[in-house]
Design a protein around this ligand. Structure first.
Ligand SMILES: C[S@@+](CC[C@H](N)C(=O)[O-])C[C@H]1O[C@@H](n2cnc3c(N)ncnc32)[C@H](O)[C@@H]1O
Length: 262
């Protein structure tokens, strides 16, 4: 049991937690930049956001002039309700689907394939044993020339068969997250710091948060036949977590089609 405040069923608390974290805001900006760059060459693009949450990762999609439709998928009714309100009166009115992102079907989404798929802090919310299933669904939904934007928190390396080393990696990651948040805002309220600690606690407990290190992410992408077109580290600016840990934005495409086009 923890006495930390929780955000899991509380979209307002989630938004406060996210907006107080420069590392997350940098990652969302990086994802928006990658999506906008890709969309600049598209016309009437159809956009899908898997694990869209309160809609933070959909903002660039609903405003982009080259986007014709946006669908957001999440399994939290309160988060979707919040997203519906916060994204009303935008250029595009998104449609929201309450579903499991790892198993949602094209019949529920209303389309077979998509020009852009956003996955911001999505993969690390899918349990480890379903991660490849989730990524294969992304592969299935990507159109021939489509791209997926993945924004992910990547832990420092740990031993897959050593739970203690996993927990130390989670602690190290969130010590850096809190250091950055306090550097940006020396008056960070205790309640907000505790919301950030709650995210760490979920990761530590292996509940709701299932973050991995870079070799595991790359292995899962390969298993789902998704090719990394580009990868950019957006946080931290220092090397305190090592080269391959921190927050990353990846642009992905279907590996089989990449080979055919080569
Ligand atoms: C960290 S939030 C990310 C939200 C948004 N993409 C963003 O960047 O702010 C993760 C979201 O994944 C959702 N989620 C967790 N497991 C899910 C699943 N199996 N299917 C669909 N959504 C899920 C949660 O409800 C939550 O809204």
């Amino acid at each position: 049991m923890t006495s930390l405040p929780d955000y899991r069923y509380d979209p307002e608390a989630y938004e406060i937690e996210e907006r107080s974290r420069p590392d997350e805001m940098m990652m969302l900006s990086g994802a928006e930049a990658a999506a906008s760059e890709w969309l600049s060459g598209c016309h009437d693009a159809h956009a899908l956001d898997l694990c869209c949450g309160t809609g933070l990762s959909m903002r660039c999609l609903v405003e982009h002039p080259n986007v014709a439709s946006v669908v957001g998928v999440d399994n939290s009714e309160p988060y979707l309700k919040y997203a519906r309100t916060s994204l009303q009166d935008r250029r595009i009115s998104p449609r929201f689907v309450l579903a499991d992102a790892a198993t949602v079907g094209s019949n529920e989404l209303g389309r077979e394939t998509w020009d852009i798929i956003m996955m911001a802090s999505a993969y690390h919310h899918i349990e480890d044993h379903r991660k490849v299933l989730f990524l294969r669904r992304v592969h299935q939904f990507l159109g021939a020339s489509g791209r997926a934007v993945m924004a992910e928190n990547i832990l420092p390396s740990y031993s897959d068969d050593d739970p203690g080393s996993y927990r130390r990696a989670v602690e190290r990651f969130y010590a850096s997250v809190l250091r950055t948040a306090r550097h940006d805002n020396p008056a960070l309220p205790t309640h907000v710091a505790q919301l950030i600690e709650r995210v760490a606690q979920y990761g530590y407990d292996g509940d709701y948060e299932y973050k991995v290190c870079m070799p595991i992410l790359l292995r899962d992408l390969a298993a789902a036949a998704l090719e990394v077109v580009s990868i950019r580290k957006v946080w931290p600016e220092t090397n305190e977590l090592g080269d391959d840990a921190g927050n990353f934005v990846l642009l992905l495409r279907r590996l089989d089609l990449a080979r055919e086009q080569a």
